[in-house]
Design a protein around this ligand. Structure first.
Ligand SMILES: [Mg+2]
Length: 426
Protein backbone atom coordinates (compact mmCIF):
# COMPACT_ATOMS: atom_id res chain seq x y z
CA UNK A 1 0.00 0.00 0.00
CA UNK A 2 1.80 3.13 -1.18
CA UNK A 3 -0.50 6.04 -0.51
CA UNK A 4 -0.56 9.70 0.13
CA UNK A 5 2.84 10.98 -0.84
CA UNK A 6 1.73 12.75 -4.03
CA UNK A 7 4.36 12.12 -6.64
CA UNK A 8 6.64 10.54 -4.10
CA UNK A 9 9.42 13.11 -4.45
CA UNK A 10 9.07 14.22 -0.82
CA UNK A 11 9.37 10.63 0.33
CA UNK A 12 12.34 10.08 -1.93
CA UNK A 13 14.09 13.08 -0.35
CA UNK A 14 13.53 11.86 3.19
CA UNK A 15 14.36 8.22 2.55
CA UNK A 16 17.78 6.78 1.90
CA UNK A 17 17.17 6.04 -1.77
CA UNK A 18 19.55 8.80 -2.85
CA UNK A 19 22.33 7.22 -0.88
CA UNK A 20 24.75 4.85 -2.45
CA UNK A 21 25.76 1.60 -0.81
CA UNK A 22 28.54 1.99 1.73
CA UNK A 23 30.49 -0.67 -0.13
CA UNK A 24 30.16 0.79 -3.57
CA UNK A 25 32.77 -1.57 -4.98
CA UNK A 26 30.87 -4.53 -3.59
CA UNK A 27 29.09 -6.10 -6.53
CA UNK A 28 27.63 -9.04 -4.63
CA UNK A 29 24.07 -9.77 -5.55
CA UNK A 30 21.90 -9.06 -2.52
CA UNK A 31 18.63 -10.74 -1.64
CA UNK A 32 15.98 -8.30 -0.47
CA UNK A 33 12.43 -9.15 0.54
CA UNK A 34 9.54 -6.73 0.64
CA UNK A 35 6.69 -8.04 2.78
CA UNK A 36 3.32 -6.31 2.43
CA UNK A 37 0.28 -7.36 4.46
CA UNK A 38 -2.89 -7.75 2.39
CA UNK A 39 -5.86 -5.53 3.33
CA UNK A 40 -4.07 -5.00 6.62
CA UNK A 41 -6.70 -3.18 8.71
CA UNK A 42 -9.47 -5.51 7.53
CA UNK A 43 -7.30 -8.58 8.19
CA UNK A 44 -6.47 -7.42 11.72
CA UNK A 45 -10.15 -6.91 12.52
CA UNK A 46 -10.95 -10.37 11.13
CA UNK A 47 -8.10 -11.92 13.07
CA UNK A 48 -9.82 -11.00 16.34
CA UNK A 49 -13.42 -11.32 15.07
CA UNK A 50 -13.52 -14.36 12.79
CA UNK A 51 -17.18 -13.73 11.91
CA UNK A 52 -16.00 -10.97 9.55
CA UNK A 53 -14.34 -13.59 7.37
CA UNK A 54 -17.66 -14.70 5.88
CA UNK A 55 -19.17 -11.28 5.08
CA UNK A 56 -18.10 -8.39 2.86
CA UNK A 57 -16.45 -6.01 5.34
CA UNK A 58 -14.67 -2.69 5.22
CA UNK A 59 -12.81 -0.66 7.83
CA UNK A 60 -14.04 2.91 7.44
CA UNK A 61 -13.56 6.30 8.98
CA UNK A 62 -16.78 7.03 10.85
CA UNK A 63 -19.76 7.29 8.53
CA UNK A 64 -21.18 10.49 9.95
CA UNK A 65 -17.89 12.38 9.74
CA UNK A 66 -16.17 13.65 6.65
CA UNK A 67 -13.66 10.85 7.16
CA UNK A 68 -16.28 8.42 5.99
CA UNK A 69 -14.03 6.68 3.49
CA UNK A 70 -13.03 3.06 3.08
CA UNK A 71 -9.60 2.54 4.66
CA UNK A 72 -9.39 -1.19 3.88
CA UNK A 73 -11.75 -3.92 2.70
CA UNK A 74 -11.65 -7.68 2.70
CA UNK A 75 -11.58 -9.95 -0.35
CA UNK A 76 -15.37 -10.44 -0.35
CA UNK A 77 -15.98 -6.68 -0.43
CA UNK A 78 -13.39 -6.40 -3.18
CA UNK A 79 -15.50 -8.78 -5.30
CA UNK A 80 -18.34 -6.24 -5.12
CA UNK A 81 -15.98 -3.61 -6.49
CA UNK A 82 -15.45 -1.80 -3.18
CA UNK A 83 -12.17 0.10 -3.38
CA UNK A 84 -9.86 1.70 -0.84
CA UNK A 85 -10.33 5.45 -0.32
CA UNK A 86 -13.85 5.61 -1.77
CA UNK A 87 -16.67 7.24 0.23
CA UNK A 88 -18.63 4.84 2.43
CA UNK A 89 -21.98 5.76 0.83
CA UNK A 90 -20.61 4.80 -2.59
CA UNK A 91 -19.25 1.49 -1.27
CA UNK A 92 -22.67 0.72 0.23
CA UNK A 93 -24.32 1.37 -3.12
CA UNK A 94 -22.08 -1.25 -4.69
CA UNK A 95 -22.54 -3.66 -1.81
CA UNK A 96 -25.65 -3.01 0.34
CA UNK A 97 -24.74 -5.82 2.76
CA UNK A 98 -21.31 -4.29 3.44
CA UNK A 99 -20.39 -4.49 7.13
CA UNK A 100 -18.53 -1.34 8.16
CA UNK A 101 -16.14 -1.30 11.09
CA UNK A 102 -14.42 1.68 12.70
CA UNK A 103 -10.63 1.48 12.84
CA UNK A 104 -8.91 0.19 15.97
CA UNK A 105 -5.49 1.79 15.62
CA UNK A 106 -4.01 0.25 18.78
CA UNK A 107 -4.68 -3.18 17.33
CA UNK A 108 -2.91 -2.39 14.05
CA UNK A 109 0.30 -1.21 15.67
CA UNK A 110 0.27 -4.26 17.91
CA UNK A 111 -0.12 -6.59 14.91
CA UNK A 112 2.52 -4.63 13.01
CA UNK A 113 4.95 -5.13 15.88
CA UNK A 114 4.23 -8.86 15.96
CA UNK A 115 4.76 -9.08 12.22
CA UNK A 116 8.12 -7.31 12.45
CA UNK A 117 9.10 -9.59 15.31
CA UNK A 118 8.67 -12.56 13.01
CA UNK A 119 10.88 -10.83 10.41
CA UNK A 120 13.63 -10.47 13.00
CA UNK A 121 13.74 -14.25 13.34
CA UNK A 122 15.22 -14.31 9.82
CA UNK A 123 17.46 -11.23 9.79
CA UNK A 124 18.29 -8.22 11.92
CA UNK A 125 18.14 -6.03 8.84
CA UNK A 126 14.49 -5.02 8.82
CA UNK A 127 13.26 -1.64 7.60
CA UNK A 128 9.57 -0.95 8.18
CA UNK A 129 7.87 1.14 5.50
CA UNK A 130 4.55 2.25 6.91
CA UNK A 131 2.55 0.12 9.33
CA UNK A 132 2.11 -2.99 7.19
CA UNK A 133 5.20 -3.21 4.98
CA UNK A 134 8.87 -3.94 5.62
CA UNK A 135 12.02 -4.58 3.65
CA UNK A 136 14.32 -7.37 4.82
CA UNK A 137 17.89 -7.93 3.69
CA UNK A 138 18.30 -11.70 3.92
CA UNK A 139 21.59 -11.91 1.99
CA UNK A 140 23.28 -13.36 5.07
CA UNK A 141 20.52 -15.78 6.02
CA UNK A 142 20.80 -18.46 3.31
CA UNK A 143 22.78 -20.97 5.30
CA UNK A 144 20.23 -20.97 8.07
CA UNK A 145 16.98 -20.55 6.18
CA UNK A 146 17.55 -21.36 2.51
CA UNK A 147 16.95 -19.22 -0.58
CA UNK A 148 15.13 -15.89 -0.69
CA UNK A 149 12.04 -17.63 -2.02
CA UNK A 150 11.98 -20.24 0.71
CA UNK A 151 12.46 -17.55 3.37
CA UNK A 152 9.59 -15.61 1.81
CA UNK A 153 7.36 -18.69 1.80
CA UNK A 154 8.25 -19.53 5.37
CA UNK A 155 7.49 -15.96 6.52
CA UNK A 156 4.13 -16.05 4.74
CA UNK A 157 3.25 -19.35 6.37
CA UNK A 158 4.20 -18.19 9.86
CA UNK A 159 2.33 -14.90 9.65
CA UNK A 160 -0.73 -16.72 8.40
CA UNK A 161 -0.58 -19.35 11.15
CA UNK A 162 0.44 -17.13 14.05
CA UNK A 163 -1.32 -13.86 13.27
CA UNK A 164 -4.11 -14.96 10.97
CA UNK A 165 -3.21 -12.43 8.29
CA UNK A 166 -1.76 -12.87 4.82
CA UNK A 167 1.19 -11.09 3.25
CA UNK A 168 2.51 -10.77 -0.29
CA UNK A 169 6.28 -10.93 -0.63
CA UNK A 170 8.54 -9.67 -3.40
CA UNK A 171 12.02 -11.19 -3.61
CA UNK A 172 14.66 -9.39 -5.62
CA UNK A 173 18.18 -7.99 -5.64
CA UNK A 174 17.21 -4.44 -4.66
CA UNK A 175 14.55 -2.66 -2.61
CA UNK A 176 12.72 -1.06 -5.52
CA UNK A 177 12.17 -4.36 -7.36
CA UNK A 178 11.33 -6.23 -4.15
CA UNK A 179 8.59 -3.67 -3.57
CA UNK A 180 7.42 -4.07 -7.16
CA UNK A 181 7.31 -7.86 -6.69
CA UNK A 182 5.14 -7.70 -3.59
CA UNK A 183 2.53 -5.79 -5.63
CA UNK A 184 2.47 -8.29 -8.51
CA UNK A 185 0.61 -11.20 -6.89
CA UNK A 186 -1.94 -10.76 -4.09
CA UNK A 187 -3.05 -12.04 -1.66
CA UNK A 188 -0.71 -14.50 0.03
CA UNK A 189 1.90 -14.95 -2.70
CA UNK A 190 5.63 -14.80 -3.35
CA UNK A 191 6.98 -13.16 -6.51
CA UNK A 192 10.64 -13.51 -7.42
CA UNK A 193 12.35 -10.99 -9.70
CA UNK A 194 15.83 -12.45 -10.23
CA UNK A 195 18.81 -10.33 -11.20
CA UNK A 196 19.55 -12.23 -14.38
CA UNK A 197 15.95 -12.27 -15.62
CA UNK A 198 14.43 -8.98 -14.48
CA UNK A 199 14.09 -7.39 -17.91
CA UNK A 200 11.26 -9.57 -19.30
CA UNK A 201 9.42 -9.39 -15.93
CA UNK A 202 9.82 -5.71 -15.07
CA UNK A 203 10.19 -3.75 -18.29
CA UNK A 204 6.74 -4.43 -19.79
CA UNK A 205 5.02 -3.08 -16.63
CA UNK A 206 3.47 0.40 -16.62
CA UNK A 207 5.92 2.99 -15.33
CA UNK A 208 3.46 3.96 -12.58
CA UNK A 209 4.12 0.59 -10.91
CA UNK A 210 7.63 1.75 -10.02
CA UNK A 211 8.14 3.02 -6.46
CA UNK A 212 8.09 6.86 -6.34
CA UNK A 213 6.30 7.27 -9.67
CA UNK A 214 3.15 9.05 -8.48
CA UNK A 215 0.51 10.52 -10.73
CA UNK A 216 2.31 13.80 -11.46
CA UNK A 217 5.61 12.06 -12.28
CA UNK A 218 3.69 9.63 -14.44
CA UNK A 219 2.17 12.54 -16.40
CA UNK A 220 5.62 14.10 -16.92
CA UNK A 221 6.97 10.76 -18.11
CA UNK A 222 4.02 10.14 -20.42
CA UNK A 223 4.60 13.56 -21.99
CA UNK A 224 8.05 12.45 -23.15
CA UNK A 225 6.72 9.14 -24.43
CA UNK A 226 7.63 6.98 -21.44
CA UNK A 227 4.83 4.54 -20.61
CA UNK A 228 6.53 1.39 -19.38
CA UNK A 229 9.41 0.78 -16.98
CA UNK A 230 11.36 -0.42 -20.04
CA UNK A 231 10.72 2.92 -21.81
CA UNK A 232 12.13 4.69 -18.76
CA UNK A 233 15.20 2.43 -18.60
CA UNK A 234 16.00 3.11 -22.28
CA UNK A 235 15.14 6.82 -22.27
CA UNK A 236 17.84 9.28 -23.34
CA UNK A 237 19.64 10.76 -20.34
CA UNK A 238 19.40 14.37 -21.61
CA UNK A 239 15.67 14.10 -22.26
CA UNK A 240 15.07 12.76 -18.74
CA UNK A 241 17.30 15.37 -17.12
CA UNK A 242 15.66 18.26 -18.97
CA UNK A 243 12.16 17.15 -18.08
CA UNK A 244 12.46 15.55 -14.66
CA UNK A 245 15.79 16.71 -13.30
CA UNK A 246 17.96 14.69 -10.93
CA UNK A 247 15.09 12.59 -9.60
CA UNK A 248 14.31 11.50 -13.15
CA UNK A 249 17.85 10.19 -13.55
CA UNK A 250 17.51 8.31 -10.27
CA UNK A 251 14.22 6.76 -11.43
CA UNK A 252 15.90 5.66 -14.67
CA UNK A 253 18.59 3.94 -12.61
CA UNK A 254 15.85 2.18 -10.62
CA UNK A 255 14.25 0.98 -13.88
CA UNK A 256 17.64 -0.42 -14.90
CA UNK A 257 17.91 -2.35 -11.65
CA UNK A 258 20.57 -0.02 -10.23
CA UNK A 259 19.10 0.72 -6.83
CA UNK A 260 21.89 0.19 -4.30
CA UNK A 261 20.14 1.76 -1.30
CA UNK A 262 20.51 -0.38 1.78
CA UNK A 263 17.91 -1.83 4.06
CA UNK A 264 18.35 0.39 7.10
CA UNK A 265 19.71 -1.61 9.97
CA UNK A 266 17.20 -2.14 12.74
CA UNK A 267 17.10 -0.31 16.00
CA UNK A 268 17.82 3.11 14.57
CA UNK A 269 15.37 5.77 15.62
CA UNK A 270 16.24 9.45 15.36
CA UNK A 271 15.80 11.49 18.54
CA UNK A 272 12.39 13.14 18.43
CA UNK A 273 11.73 16.87 18.94
CA UNK A 274 8.42 16.12 20.61
CA UNK A 275 6.48 12.96 21.29
CA UNK A 276 2.76 12.77 20.63
CA UNK A 277 0.06 10.19 20.58
CA UNK A 278 -3.48 10.80 19.42
CA UNK A 279 -6.43 8.63 18.66
CA UNK A 280 -9.98 8.70 17.46
CA UNK A 281 -11.72 6.27 19.73
CA UNK A 282 -14.50 3.92 18.66
CA UNK A 283 -17.08 6.12 20.32
CA UNK A 284 -17.06 9.77 21.27
CA UNK A 285 -15.76 10.39 24.76
CA UNK A 286 -18.62 11.44 27.00
CA UNK A 287 -18.11 10.59 30.63
CA UNK A 288 -15.29 11.53 32.96
CA UNK A 289 -14.35 7.87 32.98
CA UNK A 290 -14.08 7.80 29.17
CA UNK A 291 -11.85 10.86 29.10
CA UNK A 292 -9.63 9.72 31.90
CA UNK A 293 -9.22 6.32 30.21
CA UNK A 294 -8.40 7.91 26.83
CA UNK A 295 -5.83 10.34 28.22
CA UNK A 296 -4.17 7.66 30.36
CA UNK A 297 -4.07 5.26 27.40
CA UNK A 298 -2.36 7.86 25.19
CA UNK A 299 -0.03 9.10 27.92
CA UNK A 300 1.28 5.59 28.53
CA UNK A 301 2.74 5.29 25.06
CA UNK A 302 4.03 8.88 25.12
CA UNK A 303 5.85 8.13 28.39
CA UNK A 304 7.17 4.83 27.08
CA UNK A 305 8.64 6.51 24.02
CA UNK A 306 10.22 9.24 26.14
CA UNK A 307 11.86 6.63 28.34
CA UNK A 308 13.08 4.67 25.32
CA UNK A 309 14.90 7.78 24.12
CA UNK A 310 16.02 8.65 27.66
CA UNK A 311 14.16 11.95 27.44
CA UNK A 312 11.89 13.98 29.69
CA UNK A 313 9.36 16.62 28.74
CA UNK A 314 8.97 20.03 30.31
CA UNK A 315 5.70 20.99 28.69
CA UNK A 316 2.45 19.16 27.99
CA UNK A 317 -0.17 20.11 25.48
CA UNK A 318 -3.39 18.51 24.31
CA UNK A 319 -5.30 18.86 21.08
CA UNK A 320 -8.98 18.07 21.38
CA UNK A 321 -11.22 17.54 18.38
CA UNK A 322 -14.96 17.87 18.78
CA UNK A 323 -17.70 15.97 16.94
CA UNK A 324 -18.27 19.01 14.66
CA UNK A 325 -14.56 18.72 13.75
CA UNK A 326 -13.55 22.01 15.33
CA UNK A 327 -10.57 21.63 17.57
CA UNK A 328 -8.62 23.45 20.26
CA UNK A 329 -5.19 23.09 21.79
CA UNK A 330 -4.10 23.97 25.26
CA UNK A 331 -0.67 23.73 26.81
CA UNK A 332 1.08 24.25 30.13
CA UNK A 333 4.60 23.96 31.52
CA UNK A 334 5.35 21.28 34.10
CA UNK A 335 6.81 21.95 37.52
CA UNK A 336 9.64 19.50 36.78
CA UNK A 337 10.80 17.41 33.79
CA UNK A 338 9.10 14.02 33.61
CA UNK A 339 8.83 10.82 31.62
CA UNK A 340 6.17 9.25 33.84
CA UNK A 341 2.77 8.43 32.41
CA UNK A 342 1.14 9.12 35.77
CA UNK A 343 2.38 12.72 35.70
CA UNK A 344 1.84 13.25 31.97
CA UNK A 345 -1.74 11.98 32.08
CA UNK A 346 -2.52 14.10 35.17
CA UNK A 347 -1.25 17.25 33.45
CA UNK A 348 -3.02 16.40 30.17
CA UNK A 349 -6.28 15.66 31.92
CA UNK A 350 -6.31 18.96 33.76
CA UNK A 351 -5.68 20.74 30.43
CA UNK A 352 -8.70 19.01 28.89
CA UNK A 353 -10.87 19.98 31.86
CA UNK A 354 -9.56 23.54 31.92
CA UNK A 355 -11.44 23.99 28.63
CA UNK A 356 -14.56 22.18 29.77
CA UNK A 357 -16.70 25.15 28.72
CA UNK A 358 -15.92 24.27 25.07
CA UNK A 359 -17.05 20.66 24.90
CA UNK A 360 -19.70 18.14 25.81
CA UNK A 361 -18.34 15.23 23.83
CA UNK A 362 -14.89 14.64 22.40
CA UNK A 363 -14.17 13.06 19.02
CA UNK A 364 -10.43 12.63 19.30
CA UNK A 365 -7.64 13.69 21.59
CA UNK A 366 -3.87 13.99 21.20
CA UNK A 367 -1.34 14.29 24.01
CA UNK A 368 1.93 16.06 23.15
CA UNK A 369 5.08 15.93 25.29
CA UNK A 370 7.18 18.97 24.40
CA UNK A 371 10.37 20.87 25.27
CA UNK A 372 12.30 17.63 25.63
CA UNK A 373 15.46 17.41 27.68
CA UNK A 374 17.78 14.53 28.43
CA UNK A 375 16.58 12.38 31.34
CA UNK A 376 18.51 12.90 34.54
CA UNK A 377 19.68 16.39 33.52
CA UNK A 378 18.16 17.76 36.70
CA UNK A 379 19.89 15.13 38.78
CA UNK A 380 17.10 13.90 41.04
CA UNK A 381 18.67 10.45 41.10
CA UNK A 382 22.04 11.56 42.35
CA UNK A 383 20.99 13.86 45.19
CA UNK A 384 22.00 12.98 48.72
CA UNK A 385 18.89 14.53 50.28
CA UNK A 386 16.18 14.37 47.65
CA UNK A 387 12.96 16.22 48.25
CA UNK A 388 9.77 14.28 48.83
CA UNK A 389 8.54 14.59 45.24
CA UNK A 390 11.94 13.48 43.98
CA UNK A 391 11.76 10.33 46.08
CA UNK A 392 8.27 9.63 44.81
CA UNK A 393 9.42 10.29 41.26
CA UNK A 394 12.32 7.88 41.53
CA UNK A 395 10.00 5.18 42.87
CA UNK A 396 7.40 5.64 40.14
CA UNK A 397 10.14 5.74 37.56
CA UNK A 398 11.51 2.35 38.52
CA UNK A 399 7.98 0.93 38.47
CA UNK A 400 7.19 2.26 35.00
CA UNK A 401 10.61 1.23 33.69
CA UNK A 402 9.91 -2.30 34.98
CA UNK A 403 6.69 -2.33 32.95
CA UNK A 404 8.71 -1.28 29.87
CA UNK A 405 11.05 -4.21 30.26
CA UNK A 406 8.20 -6.70 30.74
CA UNK A 407 6.60 -5.37 27.56
CA UNK A 408 9.89 -5.58 25.71
CA UNK A 409 10.21 -9.24 26.67
CA UNK A 410 6.62 -10.42 26.36
CA UNK A 411 4.97 -7.98 23.98
CA UNK A 412 2.90 -4.85 24.46
CA UNK A 413 -0.21 -6.67 25.57
CA UNK A 414 1.59 -8.29 28.53
CA UNK A 415 0.84 -5.27 30.70
CA UNK A 416 -2.25 -3.20 30.12
CA UNK A 417 -4.07 -0.69 32.24
CA UNK A 418 -6.94 -2.57 33.83
CA UNK A 419 -9.56 -0.32 32.21
CA UNK A 420 -8.21 -1.16 28.71
CA UNK A 421 -9.37 -4.76 28.97
CA UNK A 422 -12.58 -5.12 26.99
CA UNK A 423 -12.98 -1.35 26.90
CA UNK A 424 -15.49 -0.35 24.23
CA UNK A 425 -13.39 2.67 23.25
CA UNK A 426 -10.35 0.79 21.92
MG1 LIG B 1 -0.54 -3.70 2.49
Amino acid sequence: MYMGYGDGSALMRTSNFHEKSKNEGDKRVRTILHCDANSFFASCETAIRPEYASVPMAVCGSVEERHGIVLARNELAKKYGVTTAEPVWQAKQKCPSLVTVRPTYGLYSEMSEKMNKIFYDYTDRVEPFGIDESWLDVSGSFKLFGSGKSIADSIRKRIKEELNITVSVGVSFNKVFAKLGSDMKKPDATTVIPCERFVPIVWPLPVSDLLFVGSSTQRSLNRIGVYTIGDLACCDEKVIRNNLGKNGILLREFARGNDRSEVTVSGYEPTPKSVSNGMTFRENLKTGEDISFAVTYLSMSVAERLRRHKLCCNNISVTVRLPDLTSFSHSAPLSHPTCLYSEISKAALSLVYAKKAFWEEIYSVTVHAEKLTVEGDFGYQQKLFPEAWEQKYAKSHSLEAAVDSIRERFGRSAVKIASAIDNRLV
